[in-house]
Ligand binder design. Structure first.
Ligand code: SAH
Ligand code: SF4
Ligand code: F3S
Length: 487
């Protein structure tokens, strides 16, 4: 649901001459097409006595979710109202392909959307995002889901207005997927999910080519945004009520290396820290191989950077790490984790782990367990290795049998849970700052917020607190969240 504020540019679509040739330069061209779509929206409204509605559904990571906010912003600017998945006139699926189950979920939901469209053929269905960067998935949609109106990828999401306009004027499936891009188009509208916090892209793509991972193939080569653009965007967000930003990139630690005037991620953080009115800075994701001492020092000194580091381990076995092309060893990871904990004692470390990578032996798996126990993560996302066509790991021999993987996965989960409840409850009894985010899902008398280290806290309060940073006493720890009381 788009219940948040908008960070919009002051471009008045009514002043755009839609009969004129569309401008070549971006983003002016897209504003032109938003104005043209708006004409269509008005005609729809005249005919049906209501505005057309849109719904954007996200399947993937935080970057994917942030892309969806941009897509929703374009649709809102074009005049669409909001609706849920079942009711929307225009339904857009923003897909993920990092693991096979993400793909399966899409096809299930697409089938349901197709059934609804059969009863109401004027509905429109679009599919975009990472999965659409794979030629065989686009071919599958063309062959088996011909009711889809629009397909586009990850590199051209900023062109939604133009693509939608093409769609409105064609009864055939519009498909536009680019292999890669070196363009970063700034200054398009965005519809934030939360008025008080926002993701901010600092870079796109990934050059790491971990051997199991599809992301570099579907998100393209690494490109960093100019620091001036990032700062300007955050200043605009703060002016619009944002107190917390999440800087987004597949590997933020390599930020800025390819810029004309290279700057480090730590230097970018120092600039962001200086923005008045901004209270909290988060970032995601850090690759252990590029995490610098400079970053640790900047974090340790900072008043705004949250003491939380998501540092994906993937495996604790140096042998497996090498075949994963992660470019660090078990020892190097441990050394790094201990160094961070020493410099920033209140840090919350979280991680990602893959079990069942090709050739993973019981000994390798036990090395992973060993690292989890030594580091003491607050939480960990655990994944069963999923074979992605086109990645080097997909053609590796000795894929691990599913029953062995399942057994390791269950054992891993137990260790991760034990580590989480041992480590993430350490602030029990203290009074801490909490950014209040929403009304509790299960009990409307409770509010839900987050500590600076990202741990969730529920406490009795009222919705007027949403978006504020308040002091909460942490009364009880419940395994992975706290119950507290407002001070
Ligand atoms: N750029 C981030 C991660 C992006 S994908 C990083 O390097 O940490 C998020 C997580 O999905 C990864 O950390 C990894 O644990 C998991 N993942 C990626 N590809 C996978 C695959 N083929 N099978 C299972 N898990 C995978
Ligand atoms: Fe995938 Fe590795 Fe890039 Fe992360 S760093 S997105 S895991 S290739
Ligand atoms: Fe998925 Fe694409 Fe993110 S594959 S994890 S949505 S970058």
């Amino acid at each position: 649901m788009y219940n948040g504020a908008s960070h919009d540019n002051e471009i008045d679509l009514d002043k755009i001459e839609i009969a004129a040739e569309p401008p070549i330069e971006e983003p002016a061209r897209q504003y032109h097409f938003m104005a043209r779509c708006q004409e269509w929206v008005r005609a729809f409204e005249q005919k049906k006595g209501r505005r057309p509605t849109a719904c954007t559904q996200t399947f993937g990571c935080q970057m994917n979710a942030h892309d969806s906010e941009k897509l929703a912003g374009i649709l809102r600017s074009a005049g669409f109202g909001e609706a849920g998945e079942e009711a929307a006139d225009f339904l857009l699926f923003n897909t993920c392909t990092v693991r096979e189950n993400a793909n399966q979920r899409l096809y299930g939901r697409l089938g349901q959307a197709g059934a609804r469209k059969k009863k109401d053929p004027e509905r429109m269905i679009a599919v975009c995002g990472c999965m659409m960067q794979e030629a065989e998935e686009v071919a599958k949609i063309k062959a088996s889901y011909p009711f889809v109106d629009l397909v586009f990828g990850t590199h051209n999401i900023y062109r939604l207005a133009e693509l939608l306009y093409q769609c409105l004027n064609s009864r055939r499936m519009v498909v536009e997927v680019w292999e890669d891009t070196d363009q970063v188009v700034e200054d398009l509208p965005s519809e934030r999910k939360y008025p008080f916090k926002s993701g901010v892209n600092i870079m796109f793509g990934c050059n790491n080519f971990c051997s199991y991972c599809i992301v570099p193939y579907v998100r393209g080569r690494e490109r960093s945004r100019d620091p001036e653009e990032i700062i300007r965007e955050i200043q605009g967000l703060v002016a619009d009520g944002v107190v917390e930003v999440m800087l987004l990139g597949q590997n933020v630690n390599s930020y800025g290396k390819t810029l004309a005037h290279p700057i480090s991620f730590a230097q970018l953080l120092e600039q962001v820290e200086k923005i008045p009115g901004l209270e909290r800075i988060r970032f995601m994701t850090s690759h252990p191989k590029d995490l610098s001492d400079e970053l640790i020092h900047v974090m340790a000194r900072s008043k705004k950077i949250c003491p939380h580091l998501h540092l994906p381990l993937q495996s604790g076995s140096s042998k497996v790490l090498e075949r994963m092309n992660r470019r660090y060893t078990k020892e190097r990871y441990l050394e790094l984790a201990f160094k961070i904990k020493e410099a920033i004692p209140q840090i919350s470390l979280t991680t990602d782990i893959i079990v069942g990578f090709p050739g993973e032996t019981e000994e390798d798996f036990l090395e992973t367990i060993d690292v989890i126990e030594q580091v003491g993560f607050d939480s960990a996302f655990t994944f069963i290795y999923s074979k992605r066509t086109g990645t080097p790991a997909a053609s590796m021999e000795d894929q691990v049998p599913p029953d062995v993987v399942k057994d390791r996965f269950d054992r891993l989960l137990k260790v991760v849970q034990a580590s989480g409840s041992k480590n993430s409850g350490r602030q029990l009894g203290q009074t801490e700052k909490v950014l209040v985010e929403e009304i509790n899902d299960h009990d409307p008398t409770l509010m839900t917020g987050r500590l600076s280290n990202n741990t969730i806290v529920h406490f009795p309060g009222d919705p007027s607190l949403i978006g504020k940073i308040v002091h909460v006493h942490l009364d009880a720890f419940k395994g992975f969240y706290y119950m507290g009381s407002l001070m």
